[in-house]
Ligand binder design. Structure first.
Ligand code: C5P
Length: 443
């Protein structure tokens, strides 16, 4: 059994020379036990004959939206419902543009509009087409709606140029799809990334519309800085604005979750419907979090918790009598680690701000804190100031070889929606895995 066994995969083949590889891809999907139904665009038919796919899949290939005979057999809406997942490989610049604009001008784009199934695309095009700002904008639009990108890879292109834009190999696409449909499928191999992760300018981004996706889930979020008193008038803190955590809280609410937001000292309003608990210090935050963690399904620790506090807080204002002064600090509790160590623990998501070796440091943090997921960003670079801004981009990692998704730069609300989509998918995968596992079998 694999994540593709008995799955209905709708394989969209669009106009590009890489279409010849899609025949192998169809075969690889079927090797995993998937039922494959191919839709070809007119452009694809210029490269490969429909008969090739019909012979391989055993199903007539669907070519036209307005084909009375085919529609009578299985209408496009039925086709959209039939699919457990849609995979478009190769995905041409034209198809990405049509999907981004919500066109329903042919069968493939219409089915994509009419489906609730996740959509995955393996782009393939000339490197300049891939780098074109129009394509980038289209990809970002699609990514923000939850379309998952596999690749493209870099290398020699059919047009004679070299660069990013090659379709991933069929086996790489199959593996990426296996991961997406069952993210635990390869969880024994920790620490490396797929070609899809490396090459894509939008990365594999999961941000399908979150509406209702967290329905009934109880989500606990920490946000903002903490403040550690030095004396009655001074404190140690950091630049965290709380915007990312507040955006996550709002988006989680929109996604149907019951949200508890534990906020450090910030000057932000939270949306009605969010249960907000205001705290000041790391200790206050720990207490508030531990009081809520037992009843949470998901804990997202966004707060920039002060790592240290004063060994002894002065009762009176410290006078400036000396030229030098030293403060003695002690480590604060690690709130996230404390929650992740609970026996009955929620799904734990950490944040990691890193200045170098992003993946290595983030994965190490995820392992040492025993997290289910970590959202990392590069900080301290002029291009990514993060603190206080309204935009962000994230690299999201979870255990397993393919456990990575890139959330491209966007508003913190869009990034929050994307992250929640990834969390919802992982939760779902985990729940369905738990259902299948006899008690006592480790996830
Ligand atoms: O270890 P580091 O501070 O880099 O880890 C960052 C993650 O851990 C964030 O998710 C942050 O909210 C959480 N954290 C915490 N308690 C601390 C320090 C960090 O919950 N004392």
């Amino acid at each position: 059994m694999t994540a593709l066994t008995n799955k209905h995969i709708l394989l969209g083949v669009t106009g590009g020379i890489a279409a010849y590889k899609s025949a192998v891809l169809a075969r690889r999907l079927m090797d995993e036990g998937a039922a494959v139904q191919v839709i070809m665009t007119p452009g694809a038919q210029a490269f490969v004959q429909p008969l090739t796919f019909q012979a391989l899949t055993g199903n007539p290939v669907r070519l036209d939206l307005l084909d009375p005979a085919a529609e009578a057999a299985m209408g496009h809406i039925e086709l959209a419902r039939w699919a457990d997942a849609i995979l478009i490989a190769p995905a041409s610049a034209n198809t990405l543009a049509r999907l981004a604009h919500g066109m329903a001008s042919d069968l493939l784009s219409t089915v994509c509009l009419a489906t609730e199934a996740p959509i995955h695309v393996a782009p393939a095009m000339n490197r300049l087409m891939w780098q074109n700002t129009a394509t980038i904008a289209n990809c970002q639009t699609l990514a923000s709606r939850g379309v998952l990108f596999f690749g493209p890879a870099e290398g020699a292109q059919a047009c004679g140029e070299t660069g990013a834009g090659r379709m991933l190999e069929p086996e790489e696409i199959r593996d990426a799809l296996l991961t997406c449909l069952h993210p635990d499928a390869r969880s024994s191999e920790v620490g490396s990334t797929t070609p899809a992760d490396r090459y894509s300018h939008t990365g594999r981004t999961a941000s399908r519309s979150t509406a209702g996706r967290l329905s009934g889930k109880r989500i606990l979020i920490t946000a903002g800085p903490t403040r550690e008193s030095i004396d009655p008038v001074r404190y140690i803190s950091n630049h965290s604005s709380g915007k990312m955590g507040f955006a996550l809280a709002e988006e989680a609410l929109k996604a149907g979750a019951q949200v508890t937001l534990i906020a450090g000292p910030v000057s932000l309003q939270s949306a009605p419907g969010i249960r907000r608990i205001d705290v000041i210090s790391a200790d206050d935050m720990l207490r508030a979090v531990l009081a809520q963690a037992g009843s949470a399904d998901v804990f997202i620790s966004v707060a920039a918790v002060s790592d240290y506090r004063l060994e002894q807080v002065m009762d009176q204002k410290i006078k400036k009598n000396n030229d030098h002064m030293a403060l003695s600090l002690v480590r604060n509790p690690d709130i996230l680690k404390s929650v992740a160590s609970l026996t009955e623990r929620p799904f734990c998501v950490g944040f990691a701000a890193e200045t170098e070796q992003l993946e290595a440091h983030a994965r190490a943090k995820m392992q040492s804190k025993r997290l289910d997921m970590i959202a990392a960003n590069h900080v301290g670079q002029p291009a990514n100031p993060v603190f206080g801004t309204d935009t962000n981009s994230l690299e999201v990692y979870w255990p397993g070889k393919h456990g990575h998704a890139h959330i491209p730069a966007a508003s913190k609300h869009e990034v929050a929606a994307s992250l929640l989509s990834i969390i919802a998918e992982r939760l779902k995968a985990r729940e369905s895995h738990d259902d299948k596992c006899p008690p006592g079998v480790q996830r």
